[in-house]
Design a protein around this ligand. Sequence first.
Ligand code: UD1
Ligand code: CA
Length: 483
Amino acid sequence: MGHHHDKHIAVILAAGKGTRFKSKKPKVVHKILGKPMIHYISLAVRWSAPDKVIYVVGHEKQQVKKAINCLNCIYVEQEEQLGTGHAVAQTKPYWENFDGIVMVVNGDLPLVEGETLKNAVKYMEALLRFEGAPAEGGENYRNENVAGVVITTKVPNPLGYGRIIKDSNHRILRIVEEKDATYEEQQINEINTGIYLFYAPYLKEVIDKLENNNAQKEYYLTDVVQLLNQMGKEVYALLVPDYTQFIGVNDRWDLAKAENILRMKYLQFWSYAGVTFHNPESIYIEFDVELSPDVEIYHGVSLRGRTTVGEDTVIEEHCSLKNAKIGKNVKILKGSIIEDSTIEDGAVIGPYARIRNNTTIRQEAQIGNFVEVKNSTVGEKTAAKHLTYLGDAEIGKEVNIGAGTITCNYDGFEKHKTVIKDRAFIGSDTMLVAPLTVGEEAVTGSGSVVTKDVPDKALAVERSQLKIIENYAEKRKKRKKNA
Ligand code: UD1
Ligand code: CA
Protein backbone atom coordinates (compact mmCIF):
# COMPACT_ATOMS: atom_id res chain seq x y z
CA MET A 1 0.00 0.00 0.00
CA GLY A 2 2.33 2.73 -1.26
CA HIS A 3 -0.13 5.66 -1.40
CA HIS A 4 -2.55 4.53 1.22
CA HIS A 5 -5.88 6.28 1.23
CA ASP A 6 -8.71 5.21 3.50
CA LYS A 7 -11.90 4.73 1.59
CA HIS A 8 -14.87 6.93 2.19
CA ILE A 9 -18.51 6.76 1.23
CA ALA A 10 -20.51 9.96 0.74
CA VAL A 11 -24.19 10.28 1.69
CA ILE A 12 -26.09 13.33 0.41
CA LEU A 13 -29.45 14.06 2.04
CA ALA A 14 -32.06 15.22 -0.47
CA ALA A 15 -35.36 13.67 0.59
CA GLY A 16 -36.89 16.73 2.23
CA LYS A 17 -39.72 18.79 0.77
CA GLY A 18 -38.35 22.20 1.58
CA THR A 19 -41.59 23.44 3.12
CA ARG A 20 -40.22 26.96 3.56
CA PHE A 21 -39.83 27.30 -0.24
CA LYS A 22 -43.63 27.28 -0.59
CA SER A 23 -43.17 25.48 -3.89
CA LYS A 24 -44.73 22.70 -5.95
CA LYS A 25 -41.19 21.57 -6.75
CA PRO A 26 -38.82 19.92 -4.26
CA LYS A 27 -36.24 22.31 -2.82
CA VAL A 28 -33.04 20.86 -4.29
CA VAL A 29 -34.25 21.10 -7.91
CA HIS A 30 -34.64 24.90 -7.68
CA LYS A 31 -32.02 26.50 -9.87
CA ILE A 32 -28.90 28.49 -9.11
CA LEU A 33 -27.14 29.94 -12.19
CA GLY A 34 -29.17 27.63 -14.43
CA LYS A 35 -28.37 24.39 -12.56
CA PRO A 36 -30.41 22.58 -9.89
CA MET A 37 -29.17 23.50 -6.40
CA ILE A 38 -28.12 19.89 -5.77
CA HIS A 39 -25.61 20.11 -8.66
CA TYR A 40 -23.18 22.27 -6.64
CA ILE A 41 -22.91 20.09 -3.54
CA SER A 42 -22.61 17.07 -5.83
CA LEU A 43 -19.58 18.68 -7.51
CA ALA A 44 -17.96 19.45 -4.15
CA VAL A 45 -18.56 15.89 -2.90
CA ARG A 46 -17.06 14.42 -6.08
CA TRP A 47 -13.97 16.61 -5.54
CA SER A 48 -13.30 14.70 -2.27
CA ALA A 49 -13.02 11.48 -4.35
CA PRO A 50 -15.45 9.17 -2.51
CA ASP A 51 -15.63 5.51 -3.47
CA LYS A 52 -19.41 5.66 -3.53
CA VAL A 53 -21.99 8.45 -3.60
CA ILE A 54 -25.39 7.71 -2.09
CA TYR A 55 -28.31 10.12 -2.38
CA VAL A 56 -31.24 9.84 -0.01
CA VAL A 57 -34.33 10.83 -1.97
CA GLY A 58 -38.02 10.79 -1.07
CA HIS A 59 -40.28 13.75 -1.73
CA GLU A 60 -40.86 13.93 -5.54
CA LYS A 61 -37.97 11.50 -5.98
CA GLN A 62 -38.23 11.25 -9.77
CA GLN A 63 -37.72 14.99 -10.18
CA VAL A 64 -34.83 14.96 -7.73
CA LYS A 65 -33.10 12.00 -9.42
CA LYS A 66 -33.49 13.71 -12.78
CA ALA A 67 -31.90 16.87 -11.38
CA ILE A 68 -29.01 14.86 -9.86
CA ASN A 69 -28.49 13.07 -13.19
CA CYS A 70 -25.75 10.71 -11.98
CA LEU A 71 -25.45 7.25 -13.52
CA ASN A 72 -23.03 5.57 -11.12
CA CYS A 73 -24.59 6.99 -7.95
CA ILE A 74 -26.79 5.03 -5.55
CA TYR A 75 -30.29 6.27 -4.73
CA VAL A 76 -31.85 5.23 -1.45
CA GLU A 77 -35.46 6.01 -0.78
CA GLN A 78 -36.70 7.51 2.46
CA GLU A 79 -40.43 7.02 2.15
CA GLU A 80 -41.41 9.30 5.02
CA GLN A 81 -39.26 12.27 5.92
CA LEU A 82 -38.85 11.56 9.62
CA GLY A 83 -35.61 13.53 10.04
CA THR A 84 -31.96 13.64 9.00
CA GLY A 85 -31.01 10.75 11.33
CA HIS A 86 -33.77 8.59 9.88
CA ALA A 87 -32.53 9.51 6.38
CA VAL A 88 -29.00 8.31 7.14
CA ALA A 89 -30.37 5.13 8.76
CA GLN A 90 -31.89 4.18 5.37
CA THR A 91 -28.40 4.00 3.86
CA LYS A 92 -27.04 1.59 6.50
CA PRO A 93 -26.99 -1.50 4.22
CA TYR A 94 -24.32 0.26 2.15
CA TRP A 95 -21.84 0.82 5.01
CA GLU A 96 -22.71 -1.56 7.86
CA ASN A 97 -19.79 -3.82 6.94
CA PHE A 98 -17.49 -1.01 5.87
CA ASP A 99 -14.30 -0.20 7.78
CA GLY A 100 -13.93 3.42 6.74
CA ILE A 101 -15.45 6.89 6.76
CA VAL A 102 -19.06 7.79 6.00
CA MET A 103 -19.31 11.44 5.05
CA VAL A 104 -22.85 12.84 5.40
CA VAL A 105 -23.72 16.13 3.70
CA ASN A 106 -27.01 18.04 3.67
CA GLY A 107 -28.26 18.55 0.11
CA ASP A 108 -29.07 22.22 0.68
CA LEU A 109 -25.47 23.49 0.93
CA PRO A 110 -24.65 24.75 -2.58
CA LEU A 111 -21.76 27.01 -1.49
CA VAL A 112 -19.47 24.39 0.04
CA GLU A 113 -16.05 24.18 -1.64
CA GLY A 114 -14.76 20.80 -2.81
CA GLU A 115 -11.46 21.59 -1.11
CA THR A 116 -13.24 21.94 2.26
CA LEU A 117 -14.63 18.40 1.99
CA LYS A 118 -11.30 17.03 0.82
CA ASN A 119 -9.54 18.61 3.83
CA ALA A 120 -12.18 17.24 6.18
CA VAL A 121 -11.57 13.71 4.87
CA LYS A 122 -7.80 14.15 5.37
CA TYR A 123 -8.36 15.45 8.89
CA MET A 124 -10.57 12.49 9.79
CA GLU A 125 -8.06 10.05 8.28
CA ALA A 126 -5.29 11.62 10.37
CA LEU A 127 -7.39 11.40 13.56
CA LEU A 128 -8.14 7.74 12.94
CA ARG A 129 -4.44 6.91 13.04
CA PHE A 130 -2.45 6.82 16.28
CA GLU A 131 0.04 9.60 16.65
CA GLY A 132 3.33 8.50 15.12
CA ALA A 133 1.71 5.76 13.07
CA PRO A 134 3.10 5.51 9.54
CA ALA A 135 0.82 7.08 6.90
CA GLU A 136 0.38 3.69 5.28
CA GLY A 137 -0.35 2.01 8.62
CA GLY A 138 -3.34 -0.30 8.53
CA GLU A 139 -5.72 -1.81 11.09
CA ASN A 140 -3.27 -2.06 13.97
CA TYR A 141 -2.67 1.65 14.07
CA ARG A 142 -6.31 2.62 14.30
CA ASN A 143 -7.10 5.09 17.06
CA GLU A 144 -10.14 3.38 18.48
CA ASN A 145 -11.40 6.42 20.35
CA VAL A 146 -12.19 8.54 17.30
CA ALA A 147 -15.75 8.33 16.01
CA GLY A 148 -16.26 11.44 13.94
CA VAL A 149 -15.66 14.98 12.75
CA VAL A 150 -18.28 17.68 12.33
CA ILE A 151 -17.48 20.74 10.21
CA THR A 152 -18.43 23.79 12.24
CA THR A 153 -18.23 27.52 11.64
CA LYS A 154 -18.86 30.71 13.60
CA VAL A 155 -21.62 32.91 12.26
CA PRO A 156 -22.73 36.46 13.11
CA ASN A 157 -26.32 35.22 13.46
CA PRO A 158 -26.71 31.53 14.42
CA LEU A 159 -30.53 31.65 14.20
CA GLY A 160 -31.95 28.39 12.86
CA TYR A 161 -28.75 26.35 13.03
CA GLY A 162 -27.77 23.57 15.44
CA ARG A 163 -25.38 24.85 18.15
CA ILE A 164 -22.10 23.10 18.99
CA ILE A 165 -21.55 22.16 22.64
CA LYS A 166 -17.84 21.42 23.16
CA ASP A 167 -15.37 20.48 25.85
CA SER A 168 -12.05 22.25 26.22
CA ASN A 169 -10.25 19.94 23.74
CA HIS A 170 -12.29 20.79 20.60
CA ARG A 171 -14.34 17.71 21.21
CA ILE A 172 -18.04 18.01 20.61
CA LEU A 173 -20.23 16.69 23.41
CA ARG A 174 -23.51 17.26 21.62
CA ILE A 175 -25.34 19.39 19.08
CA VAL A 176 -28.50 21.15 20.12
CA GLU A 177 -31.08 22.28 17.58
CA GLU A 178 -32.37 25.86 17.67
CA LYS A 179 -35.84 24.76 18.75
CA ASP A 180 -34.52 22.60 21.60
CA ALA A 181 -31.86 25.01 22.84
CA THR A 182 -31.97 26.85 26.14
CA TYR A 183 -31.47 30.60 26.16
CA GLU A 184 -27.80 30.13 27.14
CA GLU A 185 -27.23 27.56 24.37
CA GLN A 186 -28.78 29.94 21.87
CA GLN A 187 -25.98 32.44 22.60
CA ILE A 188 -23.39 30.02 21.12
CA ASN A 189 -22.36 31.18 17.66
CA GLU A 190 -20.42 28.07 16.61
CA ILE A 191 -22.88 26.10 14.50
CA ASN A 192 -23.30 22.72 12.84
CA THR A 193 -22.78 23.18 9.07
CA GLY A 194 -24.58 19.93 8.23
CA ILE A 195 -21.38 18.11 7.16
CA TYR A 196 -20.25 15.10 9.20
CA LEU A 197 -17.65 12.35 8.91
CA PHE A 198 -18.25 9.19 10.91
CA TYR A 199 -16.23 6.05 11.42
CA ALA A 200 -18.71 3.56 9.94
CA PRO A 201 -18.47 0.77 12.58
CA TYR A 202 -19.35 3.27 15.34
CA LEU A 203 -22.08 4.98 13.36
CA LYS A 204 -23.63 1.52 12.91
CA GLU A 205 -23.75 1.11 16.71
CA VAL A 206 -25.78 4.26 17.31
CA ILE A 207 -27.83 5.03 14.20
CA ASP A 208 -30.80 2.88 15.24
CA LYS A 209 -30.79 4.25 18.79
CA LEU A 210 -31.99 7.72 17.80
CA GLU A 211 -35.24 8.93 19.33
CA ASN A 212 -37.64 11.64 18.28
CA ASN A 213 -38.56 13.11 21.67
CA ASN A 214 -37.66 16.66 20.68
CA ALA A 215 -39.37 19.89 19.63
CA GLN A 216 -39.82 18.77 15.99
CA LYS A 217 -40.64 15.10 16.68
CA GLU A 218 -37.87 14.13 14.24
CA TYR A 219 -34.99 11.67 14.32
CA TYR A 220 -32.07 14.12 14.34
CA LEU A 221 -28.74 13.02 12.90
CA THR A 222 -27.19 15.57 15.25
CA ASP A 223 -28.13 13.36 18.24
CA VAL A 224 -25.63 10.76 16.99
CA VAL A 225 -22.89 12.94 18.52
CA GLN A 226 -24.23 12.58 22.04
CA LEU A 227 -24.78 8.83 21.58
CA LEU A 228 -21.16 8.41 20.42
CA ASN A 229 -19.97 10.33 23.49
CA GLN A 230 -22.05 7.98 25.68
CA MET A 231 -20.16 5.07 24.05
CA GLY A 232 -16.94 6.74 25.21
CA LYS A 233 -15.99 7.80 21.70
CA GLU A 234 -14.75 11.19 20.50
CA VAL A 235 -16.21 13.58 17.95
CA TYR A 236 -14.03 16.49 16.84
CA ALA A 237 -14.96 19.88 15.44
CA LEU A 238 -13.25 21.05 12.26
CA LEU A 239 -13.86 24.78 12.53
CA VAL A 240 -13.75 26.45 9.10
CA PRO A 241 -13.50 30.26 9.36
CA ASP A 242 -15.26 31.13 6.06
CA TYR A 243 -18.90 30.84 7.13
CA THR A 244 -20.28 32.00 3.75
CA GLN A 245 -19.64 28.48 2.41
CA PHE A 246 -22.20 27.04 4.78
CA ILE A 247 -25.38 29.01 4.16
CA GLY A 248 -28.11 26.38 4.37
CA VAL A 249 -30.69 27.18 1.71
CA ASN A 250 -34.04 26.83 3.47
CA ASP A 251 -36.16 29.43 1.66
CA ARG A 252 -36.13 31.40 -1.58
CA TRP A 253 -34.34 34.36 -0.06
CA ASP A 254 -31.50 32.02 1.01
CA LEU A 255 -31.56 30.75 -2.60
CA ALA A 256 -31.17 34.31 -3.93
CA LYS A 257 -28.32 35.02 -1.49
CA ALA A 258 -26.56 31.78 -2.40
CA GLU A 259 -26.94 32.51 -6.11
CA ASN A 260 -25.42 35.96 -5.68
CA ILE A 261 -22.42 34.53 -3.84
CA LEU A 262 -21.85 31.87 -6.53
CA ARG A 263 -22.43 34.40 -9.31
CA MET A 264 -19.67 36.67 -8.00
CA LYS A 265 -17.37 33.68 -7.44
CA TYR A 266 -17.67 32.56 -11.08
CA LEU A 267 -17.36 36.16 -12.37
CA GLN A 268 -14.12 36.39 -10.42
CA PHE A 269 -12.99 33.12 -11.99
CA TRP A 270 -13.64 34.47 -15.52
CA SER A 271 -12.03 37.77 -14.65
CA TYR A 272 -8.81 35.98 -13.65
CA ALA A 273 -9.12 34.01 -16.91
CA GLY A 274 -8.91 37.26 -18.93
CA VAL A 275 -12.46 38.62 -19.21
CA THR A 276 -13.22 42.30 -18.49
CA PHE A 277 -16.46 43.07 -16.64
CA HIS A 278 -17.84 46.57 -16.25
CA ASN A 279 -20.04 46.74 -13.16
CA PRO A 280 -19.98 43.00 -12.35
CA GLU A 281 -22.72 43.41 -9.72
CA SER A 282 -25.20 43.78 -12.61
CA ILE A 283 -23.95 40.87 -14.74
CA TYR A 284 -25.59 37.41 -14.67
CA ILE A 285 -23.66 34.47 -16.13
CA GLU A 286 -24.88 30.88 -15.74
CA PHE A 287 -22.78 27.87 -14.82
CA ASP A 288 -22.48 26.28 -18.31
CA VAL A 289 -21.33 29.47 -20.09
CA GLU A 290 -17.80 29.48 -21.57
CA LEU A 291 -15.88 32.73 -22.09
CA SER A 292 -12.54 33.49 -23.77
CA PRO A 293 -9.68 35.89 -23.01
CA ASP A 294 -10.19 39.54 -23.97
CA VAL A 295 -13.95 39.30 -23.96
CA GLU A 296 -15.44 42.54 -22.65
CA ILE A 297 -18.85 42.62 -20.99
CA TYR A 298 -20.82 45.70 -19.99
CA HIS A 299 -23.53 46.52 -17.49
CA GLY A 300 -26.69 44.43 -17.23
CA VAL A 301 -25.65 41.57 -19.55
CA SER A 302 -27.21 38.14 -19.04
CA LEU A 303 -25.53 35.02 -20.50
CA ARG A 304 -27.51 31.83 -20.04
CA GLY A 305 -27.56 28.16 -20.96
CA ARG A 306 -24.74 26.77 -23.10
CA THR A 307 -23.55 30.13 -24.37
CA THR A 308 -19.94 30.39 -25.60
CA VAL A 309 -18.14 33.61 -26.46
CA GLY A 310 -14.92 33.84 -28.54
CA GLU A 311 -11.89 36.07 -28.05
CA ASP A 312 -12.06 39.87 -28.42
CA THR A 313 -15.84 39.93 -28.53
CA VAL A 314 -17.60 42.88 -26.91
CA ILE A 315 -21.09 42.57 -25.43
CA GLU A 316 -22.63 45.94 -24.64
CA GLU A 317 -25.18 46.95 -22.02
CA HIS A 318 -28.40 44.98 -21.42
CA CYS A 319 -27.83 42.20 -23.94
CA SER A 320 -29.44 38.85 -23.19
CA LEU A 321 -27.95 35.67 -24.68
CA LYS A 322 -29.14 32.09 -24.19
CA ASN A 323 -27.59 29.03 -25.85
CA ALA A 324 -25.73 31.38 -28.18
CA LYS A 325 -22.48 30.45 -29.89
CA ILE A 326 -20.58 33.69 -30.45
CA GLY A 327 -17.35 33.77 -32.49
CA LYS A 328 -14.29 35.95 -32.18
CA ASN A 329 -14.22 39.71 -32.47
CA VAL A 330 -18.01 40.00 -32.62
CA LYS A 331 -19.71 43.21 -31.53
CA ILE A 332 -23.05 42.77 -29.82
CA LEU A 333 -24.39 46.27 -29.31
CA LYS A 334 -26.77 47.46 -26.60
CA GLY A 335 -30.07 45.76 -25.89
CA SER A 336 -29.73 42.77 -28.24
CA ILE A 337 -31.29 39.34 -27.64
CA ILE A 338 -29.78 36.15 -29.08
CA GLU A 339 -31.20 32.67 -28.45
CA ASP A 340 -30.30 29.21 -29.79
CA SER A 341 -28.21 30.75 -32.57
CA THR A 342 -24.66 31.14 -33.90
CA ILE A 343 -22.87 34.39 -34.65
CA GLU A 344 -19.63 33.96 -36.59
CA ASP A 345 -16.38 35.94 -36.31
CA GLY A 346 -16.43 39.67 -36.93
CA ALA A 347 -20.21 40.09 -37.16
CA VAL A 348 -21.90 43.19 -35.73
CA ILE A 349 -25.27 42.72 -34.02
CA GLY A 350 -27.62 45.42 -32.74
CA PRO A 351 -28.29 47.72 -31.05
CA TYR A 352 -31.71 46.22 -30.28
CA ALA A 353 -31.51 43.19 -32.57
CA ARG A 354 -33.34 39.92 -31.91
CA ILE A 355 -31.86 36.68 -33.24
CA ARG A 356 -33.47 33.35 -32.42
CA ASN A 357 -34.39 29.76 -33.23
CA ASN A 358 -31.44 28.18 -35.01
CA THR A 359 -30.18 31.22 -36.89
CA THR A 360 -26.62 31.51 -38.18
CA ILE A 361 -25.12 34.91 -38.85
CA ARG A 362 -21.97 34.39 -40.94
CA GLN A 363 -18.66 36.25 -40.73
CA GLU A 364 -18.75 40.04 -40.80
CA ALA A 365 -22.46 40.23 -41.46
CA GLN A 366 -24.32 43.14 -39.88
CA ILE A 367 -27.70 42.91 -38.20
CA GLY A 368 -28.84 46.34 -37.07
CA ASN A 369 -31.48 47.93 -34.88
CA PHE A 370 -34.97 46.50 -34.72
CA VAL A 371 -34.08 43.57 -36.95
CA GLU A 372 -35.50 40.15 -36.03
CA VAL A 373 -33.95 37.05 -37.57
CA LYS A 374 -35.58 33.65 -36.99
CA ASN A 375 -34.48 30.19 -38.20
CA SER A 376 -32.39 31.74 -40.96
CA THR A 377 -28.87 31.87 -42.33
CA VAL A 378 -27.41 35.26 -43.16
CA GLY A 379 -24.30 35.06 -45.38
CA GLU A 380 -20.88 36.66 -45.06
CA LYS A 381 -20.81 40.45 -45.18
CA THR A 382 -24.55 40.67 -45.72
CA ALA A 383 -26.19 43.67 -44.08
CA ALA A 384 -29.72 44.08 -42.72
CA LYS A 385 -29.33 47.18 -40.66
CA HIS A 386 -32.78 48.56 -39.91
CA LEU A 387 -36.35 47.51 -39.07
CA THR A 388 -36.54 44.12 -40.74
CA TYR A 389 -38.00 40.62 -40.20
CA LEU A 390 -36.15 37.68 -41.72
CA GLY A 391 -37.85 34.34 -40.97
CA ASP A 392 -37.06 30.91 -42.50
CA ALA A 393 -34.69 32.61 -44.94
CA GLU A 394 -31.45 31.50 -46.54
CA ILE A 395 -29.51 34.59 -47.48
CA GLY A 396 -26.22 34.55 -49.40
CA LYS A 397 -23.12 36.72 -49.19
CA GLU A 398 -22.86 40.48 -49.57
CA VAL A 399 -26.60 40.90 -49.84
CA ASN A 400 -28.04 44.27 -48.88
CA ILE A 401 -31.41 44.11 -47.17
CA GLY A 402 -33.05 47.54 -47.20
CA ALA A 403 -34.79 49.03 -44.19
CA GLY A 404 -38.27 47.71 -43.52
CA THR A 405 -37.89 44.51 -45.57
CA ILE A 406 -40.07 41.63 -44.42
CA THR A 407 -40.14 37.96 -45.34
CA CYS A 408 -43.85 37.11 -45.34
CA ASN A 409 -43.12 33.52 -44.32
CA TYR A 410 -46.49 32.53 -42.85
CA ASP A 411 -49.68 32.10 -44.84
CA GLY A 412 -51.82 31.40 -41.81
CA PHE A 413 -51.28 27.64 -42.12
CA GLU A 414 -47.65 26.94 -42.85
CA LYS A 415 -44.20 28.55 -42.80
CA HIS A 416 -42.45 29.00 -46.15
CA LYS A 417 -38.86 29.55 -47.10
CA THR A 418 -37.24 32.61 -48.69
CA VAL A 419 -33.95 32.23 -50.58
CA ILE A 420 -31.90 35.32 -51.42
CA LYS A 421 -28.74 34.65 -53.41
CA ASP A 422 -25.32 36.32 -53.26
CA ARG A 423 -25.06 40.08 -53.87
CA ALA A 424 -28.78 40.59 -54.34
CA PHE A 425 -30.05 44.06 -53.44
CA ILE A 426 -33.39 44.14 -51.63
CA GLY A 427 -34.89 47.63 -51.80
CA SER A 428 -36.30 49.20 -48.65
CA ASP A 429 -39.73 48.05 -47.58
CA THR A 430 -39.82 45.00 -49.86
CA MET A 431 -42.39 42.35 -48.90
CA LEU A 432 -41.02 38.96 -49.91
CA VAL A 433 -44.04 36.63 -50.01
CA ALA A 434 -42.60 33.11 -49.46
CA PRO A 435 -41.92 30.57 -50.88
CA LEU A 436 -39.65 32.62 -53.07
CA THR A 437 -36.14 32.85 -54.51
CA VAL A 438 -34.37 36.10 -55.35
CA GLY A 439 -31.46 35.36 -57.70
CA GLU A 440 -27.82 36.46 -57.60
CA GLU A 441 -27.37 40.19 -58.06
CA ALA A 442 -31.11 40.58 -58.53
CA VAL A 443 -32.72 43.81 -57.34
CA THR A 444 -36.13 44.50 -55.83
CA GLY A 445 -37.63 47.98 -56.02
CA SER A 446 -38.46 49.79 -52.79
CA GLY A 447 -41.97 49.15 -51.58
CA SER A 448 -42.54 46.14 -53.84
CA VAL A 449 -44.62 43.16 -52.85
CA VAL A 450 -42.71 40.32 -54.51
CA THR A 451 -44.73 37.15 -55.04
CA LYS A 452 -42.70 35.34 -57.73
CA ASP A 453 -39.12 34.13 -58.05
CA VAL A 454 -36.73 36.80 -59.31
CA PRO A 455 -34.11 35.49 -61.77
CA ASP A 456 -30.38 36.26 -61.37
CA LYS A 457 -29.55 39.91 -62.18
CA ALA A 458 -33.25 40.83 -62.78
CA LEU A 459 -35.20 43.72 -61.27
CA ALA A 460 -38.53 43.03 -59.60
CA VAL A 461 -40.61 46.10 -59.08
CA GLU A 462 -44.26 46.25 -58.18
CA ARG A 463 -45.52 49.77 -58.02
CA SER A 464 -48.49 51.74 -59.35
CA GLN A 465 -47.80 54.86 -61.41
CA LEU A 466 -46.76 57.81 -59.24
CA LYS A 467 -49.10 60.78 -59.69
CA ILE A 468 -48.04 64.39 -59.01
CA ILE A 469 -50.88 66.83 -58.53
CA GLU A 470 -49.67 70.44 -58.55
CA ASN A 471 -50.93 72.94 -55.99
CA TYR A 472 -52.86 70.28 -54.11
CA ALA A 473 -52.71 72.11 -50.75
CA GLU A 474 -54.78 75.01 -52.09
CA LYS A 475 -57.36 72.67 -53.68
CA ARG A 476 -57.74 70.89 -50.34
CA LYS A 477 -58.40 74.09 -48.44
CA LYS A 478 -61.06 75.17 -51.02
CA ARG A 479 -62.79 71.81 -50.74
CA LYS A 480 -62.90 72.12 -46.94
CA LYS A 481 -64.44 75.62 -47.11
CA ASN A 482 -67.20 74.53 -49.55
CA ALA A 483 -68.14 71.54 -47.42
C1 UD1 B 1 -29.87 20.81 9.81
C2 UD1 B 1 -29.23 20.37 11.12
C3 UD1 B 1 -28.70 21.60 11.86
C4 UD1 B 1 -27.71 22.32 10.99
C5 UD1 B 1 -28.32 22.67 9.64
C6 UD1 B 1 -27.24 23.17 8.70
C7 UD1 B 1 -30.48 18.39 11.84
C8 UD1 B 1 -31.46 17.85 12.82
N1 UD1 B 1 -30.21 19.69 11.94
O1 UD1 B 1 -30.98 21.61 10.11
O2 UD1 B 1 -28.07 21.20 13.07
O3 UD1 B 1 -27.24 23.49 11.63
O4 UD1 B 1 -28.90 21.50 9.02
O5 UD1 B 1 -27.78 23.71 7.52
O6 UD1 B 1 -29.96 17.65 11.05
N2 UD1 B 1 -33.62 15.66 4.86
C9 UD1 B 1 -33.91 14.37 4.45
N3 UD1 B 1 -34.83 13.65 5.14
C10 UD1 B 1 -35.47 14.13 6.23
C11 UD1 B 1 -35.17 15.45 6.67
C12 UD1 B 1 -34.23 16.18 5.96
O7 UD1 B 1 -33.36 13.90 3.46
O8 UD1 B 1 -36.27 13.40 6.81
C13 UD1 B 1 -32.63 16.45 4.10
C14 UD1 B 1 -33.23 17.73 3.53
O9 UD1 B 1 -33.70 17.50 2.21
C15 UD1 B 1 -32.02 18.69 3.57
C16 UD1 B 1 -31.16 18.16 4.68
O10 UD1 B 1 -31.60 16.86 4.97
O11 UD1 B 1 -31.28 18.64 2.36
C17 UD1 B 1 -31.23 19.03 5.93
O12 UD1 B 1 -32.56 19.11 6.38
P1 UD1 B 1 -33.19 20.46 6.91
O13 UD1 B 1 -34.60 20.19 7.26
O14 UD1 B 1 -32.91 21.56 5.95
O15 UD1 B 1 -32.35 20.67 8.26
P2 UD1 B 1 -32.13 22.03 9.04
O16 UD1 B 1 -33.34 22.35 9.81
O17 UD1 B 1 -31.59 23.04 8.13
CA1 CA C 1 -31.31 23.20 5.95
